[in-house]
Design a protein around this ligand. Sequence first.
Ligand SMILES: C=C(O[C@@H]1C=C(C(=O)O)C=C[C@H]1O)C(=O)O
Length: 207
Amino acid sequence: MSTPSDRRAGWLAGTAPALGREHQYWLTRPGALTAGLQRLGRVRLRVLRERAEGLCRNEAWMLGLAPRSPIWAREIVMSINGVDSVLARSVTPLAASHAWWQGMRRLRSRPLADMLYADPRISRSPFYTRRLDRWQPLYRALRAGLPEAACAAPALLARCSVFRRGGQPLSVAECFLPGFWRLAAAYQPAGANERRHGPPFPATHQA
Ligand SMILES: C=C(O[C@@H]1C=C(C(=O)O)C=C[C@H]1O)C(=O)O
């Protein structure tokens, strides 16, 4: 009998309990991830690829469509102080990219966050997480778009969630690269008296 995780191609609802506090924080941090990264340094966004594709089997569950359905895919990498830190792959049904989600076609190097968090008509699913394997489209985007050194790690942790507007889904999957975890671990909040107690836990946990 298939389990929920099987039905989500191995993505786990929430996070694995064995993960440390810092990993759990970033994998489930609510609000705009871009804003969280900006607390760690100067963020730059590079578009790796934007195009119409056929939906991959391992991400079909995110959109509730059959594999090979026509989609619009956007793949970007965000660096912090010049260190490649997060690679993101966002996909929506091709028709939706000409409708409710048409704005993602015009973003170029502006973050997708700019169109997601100020609109009360947009909802967001809970987070799903996993260690990436080579069967994931996000992994293929990594290998195609980044130098080996930027993604060499025993395990690459990723999260995804699905935004909805007018019933049309937009799935956003993000992989935290090894360079990100080094930056996050070294993060020291401003202010001489603030001793670092793990990740930057802002009072409201908001962006
Ligand atoms: C959704 C956000 O936008 C970020 C930017 C993205 C883009 O520009 O394609 C995609 C996912 C996120 O890493 C966010 O910051 O929360």
